[in-house]
Ligand binder design. Structure first.
Ligand code: FES
Length: 160
């Protein structure tokens, strides 16, 4: 089991247990990429907050991930502008190229596909982001080439 650095909860100045848990959960996610069941339990032990309550906070906020994610997070926008401009077709193309459904991670842990409600660049609809890279004015046919770049980069990293 992974050894986790002890967190000093006395230094957290937030009101209430939820406020106290959020930075702890953020730190855990920052360290592990997601919040595992074991980590939820250790946070519960260290804070004295029942595990069901820790779980409740972790599932309430969309910023927290309870499953491992891929190296590249593919965010497909389904906000109004993107929806109108064909987000459904973009989603299908992404899922088709990666062989997973939205919310899933590829077996090689290279990609996780997420649905988001707005990426803040509606004039470029339909839009996706891969990591910090934004792609707009997309057509489903564009997705193959875009995804290939990241697949190739991943393959290069494996070779090194
Ligand atoms: S609705 Fe897609 S970027 Fe805003």
């Amino acid at each position: 089991m992974t050894e986790h650095r002890k967190l000093d909860f006395r230094t957290l100045h937030y009101a209430g247990e939820e406020g106290r848990l959020i930075p702890v959960l953020q730190k855990a996610q920052e360290e592990d990429g997601y919040i595992s069941r074991e980590r939820l339990q250790s946070i519960s032990r260290e804070t004295g907050v029942p595990v069901a309550q820790v779980y409740g906070v972790a599932t309430f906020y969309s910023q927290f991930r309870l499953r491992p994610v891929g190296k590249n997070i593919v965010r497909v926008c389904h906000g109004t502008a993107c929806h109108v401009q064909g987000a459904k077709g973009i989603t299908e193309a992404v899922e088709d190229q990666l062989g997973v459904h939205t919310g899933e991670t590829t077996a090689d842990r290279q990609f996780t596909v997420e649905m988001v409600s707005c990426l803040g660049c509606c004039s470029l609809a339909p839009v996706i982001m891969i990591g910090n890279d934004t792609y707009g004015n997309l057509k489903p046919a564009d997705i193959k080439k875009i995804v290939k770049r990241y697949k190739d980069a991943g393959a290069e990293a494996v070779k090194k």
